[in-house]
Design a protein around this ligand. Structure first.
Ligand code: GRF
Length: 220
């Protein structure tokens, strides 16, 4: 007689949403390839057919779902179509990696605790767009990136982890973005590793890592 009980399945199914270059998607996919991330990318979604990340995902043979906003009558129709495709792939986690659309409150609520966003600033400083230029304009001496759970508050959900670097005021915003990019890659990969290992949870409105309340975002 077999008495073995089945191990709970690891939450290792990832869907990524992107609108641009897709370098974070590449980092995640390459970490999976080399065995550094035990996960599967079950869907890549985008609103931008011309995004470099979409082209890269297609070449890689990843399941890609593109829904241009202009193909749909309104935001709800756009989002329903995109999320119908994503949800059909049954992801455990949804990773917003440069997805440039604001999601509806209904979608955010449905994915509460299962959707994270990578944002290029040290939140709560500089939510929204154009963060490198705004950090320079504000005279910030430190800048960085954050990963947070997504809530209805734009770029305002509970923070999970951050990376920081000194901000050289002589640089242009684009140069700041280039310097920050490898740090963002490291940050996102580490947080996704926590997710698929079942180490990270949103409990109530608070983040727990390894069962411990995270009072401050983890600095990586
Ligand atoms: C990153 O800088 C991220 O912080 C922001 O969008 C960018 C995505 O980069 N939200 P990529 O498309 O993954 O290269």
């Amino acid at each position: 007689m077999c008495t073995a009980t089945a191990e709970p399945r690891r939450p290792d199914r990832l869907a990524l949403l992107l609108s641009g270059r897709g370098s974070n998607l590449q980092v995640i996919a390459q970490a999976i390839d080399r065995g550094a991330l035990k996960a599967t990318i079950v869907a890549v979604g985008s609103d931008r057919p011309e995004a470099a990340g979409v082209a890269w995902a297609r070449v890689r043979g990843l399941p890609v779902h593109v829904h241009p906003r202009a193909d749909h009558a309104d935001r709800d129709a756009f989002e329903s179509a995109l999320f119908a495709d994503l949800e059909a792939a049954q992801p455990d986690w949804l990773v917003l990696a440069g997805f440039m659309r604001v999601l509806s409150a209904a979608t955010v609520r449905r994915w509460r605790g299962r959707m994270i966003n990578l944002h290029p600033s040290l939140l709560p400083r500089h939510p929204g767009l154009d963060t490198h230029r705004r950090a320079l304009a504000a005279g910030d001496t430190e800048h960085g990136a954050s990963v947070h759970f997504v809530t209805e508050v734009l770029d305002g959900g509970p923070l999970i982890a951050q990376v920081a670097m000194p901000l050289d005021q002589t640089l242009e915003a684009d140069q700041v973005g280039e310097l920050l990019r490898p740090l963002e890659h490291r940050l996102l990969l580490e947080v996704v590793q926590w997710l698929v290992a079942g180490r990270l949870q949103l409990v109530g409105g608070q983040v727990e890592l390894d069962g411990q309340l995270l009072r401050q975002p983890r600095r990586l």
